[in-house]
Ligand binder design. Sequence first.
Ligand SMILES: Cc1ncc(COP(=O)(O)OP(=O)(O)O)c(N)n1
Ligand SMILES: Cc1ncsc1CCOP(=O)(O)O
Ligand SMILES: [Mg+2]
Length: 356
Amino acid sequence: MSRDLPPSDSHSALHAWRAIDAAANRAAEGLRVVEDFVRFGLDDRHLTTLAKNVRHDLTAALKLFSSETLHRARDTQADVGVNVSTEAEQARTNLAQIATSNLKRAQQSLRTLEEFSKLVQPEVSPYFEQLRYRSYTLEKAITATRENASRLADARLYVLIDGGRDEDHFAELVTQLIAGGVAILQLRDKRIDDKTLLARAQHLRKMTSESSTFFIVNDRPDVALLADADGVHVGQEELSVKEARAVLGVDKLVGVSTHSIEQARRAVLDGADYIGVGPTFPSQTKSFDQFPGLDLVRQVAAEIRLPAFAIGGISAENVTQVIEAGLCRVAVSGAVAAAEDTQKAAANLRSILHND
Ligand SMILES: Cc1ncc(COP(=O)(O)OP(=O)(O)O)c(N)n1
Ligand SMILES: Cc1ncsc1CCOP(=O)(O)O
Ligand SMILES: [Mg+2]
């Protein structure tokens, strides 16, 4: 219900309604552009749904205002801002910039809606605050998707290795994997003590820094930080993406395992840099009771554009099924690390994934 204001206040109420009317249009327009960017620019069904939901919920919140009052307050002729635009508003050099500036525009307008509605219809204000926070989450997810789609564009073969028999054996394995064209190497060893794990991680850092191979530590942001790894991989029961990022900072990669489409959607909103998707097939490396399998691969491929690596029992024999299900990125252990000729096994999988 709008407030019945005393005469002196009714003047400010009119100004507030005018600001609300203008901000409502700007917010809706900005969100529409963002939605079109994630739909046509990123081809991301999940982000498109999120953007659309924010826009629809904005429409619903705006309906709580009397449209008659808003129309009466509208006075474009007297709006001193109507013909004022800065050079920055005009300059657009790429699609991403269009999305960013429209997100900012929507966020600023949501803030205006939040503040001015406090004056005339305070009970509506919290809806705009909530929408503003949702737009920040959306921004984070769009940024991560866009940046990682290019940062990890060529990353198709991801290999998990343990610490090996000893350091020489480990170094030999890593040399072959790098030579075989592995894009990401993950150090995953739950048996060795922390000292040895860190020593392997530091060794791996040295070896990968002379190549284009990324180096990720499994489970342990602390070890990743100490070894200056490129990032960490966490599971659903481990530290969250947010907590891992709090340890490692914004520039490092944080990947998360997902076993359902809901978890994959959540990972996007949590700001993960990539996701593991599986288990796809029975694995010799780890045992599972349940297999979301190729159905999950299909679901993720259909709606998520964050780099996604199918994992679990993948080999040169079945990788085509993963590709046909829609993902061209896989994470493997046994098929490569336990092969007789590691380099050859990696190079072979790599060439299938890159369709060479
Ligand atoms: C790339 C990638 N995807 C999934 C996993 C599995 O992680 P998690 O579920 O935490 O299981 P553990 O590896 O910790 O046993 C992964 N490590 N890497
Ligand atoms: C750690 C992990 N999480 C899901 S499957 C898997 C092991 C992958 O190894 P492999 O490729 O040998 O099945
Ligand atoms: Mg884990």
